[in-house]
Design a protein around this ligand. Sequence first.
Ligand SMILES: [Fe+2]
Ligand SMILES: [Fe+2]
Length: 153
Amino acid sequence: MSRLKTDDMKTIADTLDPIINDSHVQEMKKYIQHGKVSTFDHCESVALASYSLNRKLHLKANEETLLKGAILHDFYLYDWHEKDNGSHDWHGFIHPGRAVTNARKYLKVEDDVASVIDSHMWPLTITKIPKSREAWIVCIADKYVSLKETLYL
Ligand SMILES: [Fe+2]
Ligand SMILES: [Fe+2]
């Protein structure tokens, strides 16, 4: 992804700062996503990648929905590497739903943002097909960022 301009960074900060400052969102810093990358840093990378993809390819997604959905897409708040009596075995399938529940509870997100979060694991969650351009962008940006994080382990 290319570097973002100062104007873009301001737009991103205006939308994301109120969310990032929430104490529950800060909790994502405690959990590891891939290797040494925290879930918080992963979500931030997906937000920046989604924004860049949208701007570069002129996809005309709503930037607020896109950024909110991206920063909260993995807001499930647990360490999926821990065994926890087997409850995390289905992490890939269940975590989008957990993230939606937390996003609604702590950030009062609307349906458009919840939908972006809920479908980000498609096609693993086969029935949860992305329903908006924002949802498609986050779904693709998440795979791109995850692959990069995994390769750089
Ligand atoms: Fe995820
Ligand atoms: Fe993710």
